[in-house]
Design a protein around this ligand. Structure first.
Ligand SMILES: [Mg+2]
Length: 296
């Protein structure tokens, strides 16, 4: 059974905390700004794009950031203010859909398969949201539009900052297959290097790997575990991923071990969770009609 294709937008505010600081203090505009407490144990909460030009990134030790960019202006984080701005962004989202899944103060998935304003396409909804954020809050956001959350998140990163990128359902393979494996969430430097050693550099190669003996089975498996997906997964969740809440309705009589597994991983479960859950389902199997699984 095929459910309709979903239209998901991932909205990600650009350098959020730093942008709020630059917006509210004109003296900070155009300058490298680091939102962080100074000190040995402090890390960067956000860096303006001017600071990123020096190689600064979020979560980097503040000491290191200071060394990389001595001219940077440190601003102490003010989460009360960021939370208030985040609420205003949320209000804008709410005009378009009630199906919102926040990821953090500056990121959210929106299911706009049906939207509240009657705009004909998800791309227009994303464009309108970006415009409203810009006009009403004087901030920029990047957005990705795609048939599922995973792809929408990749897409929002594609034209960052202040960008919009759309992956139409029929473009999914053309987008995914040539992608360097390192671009995928969950693939860090270590996995990337392991894969490069066996000649896997692009996402598309991982699907051929099954049939090619030159790829060690364990490297492919470890990558899949790291990613929690396969092309089959991407295709499956196009249909299975019901909305941006962590709830998935499986088609009736789903028995496939792999389908259930990929759905669980999509919900954020670890491999171990999957194994345990599947064991529990098997034990219930013959007596239950339907099973709800909550992943916390
Ligand atoms: Mg962001």
């Amino acid at each position: 059974m095929r459910m309709g294709i979903r239209k998901i937008i991932h909205v990600d505010m650009d350098a959020f905390y730093a942008s709020v600081e630059q917006r509210d203090d004109p003296q900070l505009r155009g300058k490298p700004v680091i939102v962080a407490w100074k000190g040995n144990r402090s890390v960067v909460c956000a860096a303006s794009y001017e600071a990123r030009a020096f190689g600064l990134r979020s979560a980097m030790p503040a000491v290191r950031a200071e060394r990389l960019c001595p001219s940077a202006i440190f601003v102490a984080p003010d989460f009360t203010r960021y939370r208030a701005v985040s609420k205003s962004v949320w209000e804008i989202f709410k005009r378009h859909t009630d199906l919102i899944e926040p990821l953090s103060l500056d990121e959210a998935y929106l299911d706009v398969t049906e939207n509240k304003t009657g705009l004909p396409t998800a791309t227009m909804v994303a464009g309108t949201i970006r415009q409203q954020i810009r006009e009403e809050l004087s901030l920029t956001a990047s957005a990705g539009v795609a048939p599922n959350k995973f792809l929408a998140k990749l897409a929002s990163d594609w034209r960052k900052p202040d960008g919009l990128f759309v992956i139409q359902p029929e473009e999914v393979d053309a987008f995914l297959l040539p992608l360097p494996v390192g671009r995928l969430p969950g693939v860090g430097k270590v996995t990337e290097e392991k894969l490069a050693k066996v000649g896997i550099k692009r996402w598309g190669q991982t699907f051929l790997a099954d049939k090619a003996p030159k790829y060690s089975e364990s490297s492919v498996r470890s990558m899949r575990v790291a990613l929690g997906l396969t092309l089959g997964w991407a295709n499956n969740c196009r249909w299975l991923e019901k909305n941006p809440r962590t709830r998935v309705k499986l088609p009736n009589r789903t028995g496939g071990r792999r389908v259930i597994r990929t759905v669980l991983i999509n919900l954020g479960a670890s491999e171990r969770d999957c194994t345990e859950t599947q064991r529990a389902i098997r034990n219930l199997g013959s007596v239950s009609r339907s099973i709800w699984i909550a992943h916390r």
